[in-house]
Design a protein around this ligand. Structure first.
Ligand code: B4P
Length: 196
């Protein structure tokens, strides 16, 4: 299996690049943001609780998110692999992901970390807020989401760094340019790690 964690601050292009990677590698896409938004749209009790947290720009509890991931991995355990988009966002989530994959004799292949400066993140998300009306894409919430990312999510990179799986990628440029950079990293990494 090819199991990629697509990582980066809010607005760094995770969802955008995930769509292109799925098309190329036929992987199963697991976006915790999308899963949570569909709970909100269906007005489930989980969704109602999550909406308040998401609108404040905070992280939904590890327990809820890990439960959703376990279900999805179980459903697609026979597939070619996964793109984890927006997950793990805490070290606890990273540890749990390791356990879940180990149960199927699998592991994270690599973490692609998109690097984008704050002013560009703000500009992209404010634009999306205007176009799509996502309730967490307003200036105050965006700034808090970036602060939460720096405080709670960046440590996830140190976790994968220790295993030599953290791959930083420049997230500035056109969608196509960034996609090419990611594909180059995946193909280089796979070649290097192939058993001889
Ligand atoms: P997410 O849905 O993961 O939202 P996000 O971080 O904003 O990323 P997204 O994938 O949507 O945006 P992208 O960067 O692709 O999370 C939302 C909330 O859910 C979180 O704040 C949290 O509350 C909760 N949550 C989710 N996962 C969680 C977890 N694991 N644990 C706890 N809580 C969790 O794109 C942004 C914009 O940039 C788009 O409009 C796009 O068109 C544009 N863009 C992309 N690439 C571009 C480029 N190269 N140039 C210009 N614009 C570009």
């Amino acid at each position: 299996m090819l199991n990629i964690v697509l990582f980066g601050p809010p607005g760094s292009g995770k969802g955008t690049q995930a769509e292109k990677l799925i098309e190329k590698y036929k992987l199963v896409h697991i976006s915790t943001g999308d899963l949570l938004r569909s709970e909100v749209a269906e007005q489930t009790s989980l969704g109602m609780a999550a909406k308040k947290i998401m609108d404040a720009g905070e992280l939904v509890s590890d327990e809820i998110v890990i439960g959703m991931i376990k279900k999805k991995v179980e459903e697609h355990k026979e597939g070619p692999g996964f793109i984890f988009d927006g997950f793990p966002r805490t070290v606890e989530q990273a540890r749990e992901l390791r356990k879940v994959l180990t149960d199927y004799d699998e592991r994270v292949t690599m973490l692609i970390s998109l690097q984008v400066p704050r002013e560009e993140l703000l500009a992209r998300l404010l634009k999306r807020g205007k176009e799509m009306g996502r309730s967490d894409d307003n200036e105050q919430t965006i700034n808090n989401r970036i602060d939460v990312y720096e405080r709670q999510t960046v440590p996830v990179t140190y976790y994968y760094e220790k295993m030599h799986k953290h791959i930083p990628v420049n997230g500035l440029g056109t969608v196509e340019e960034i996609f090419k950079r990611i594909v180059k990293e995946i193909e280089g990494f796979e070649k290097f790690h192939q058993p001889s």
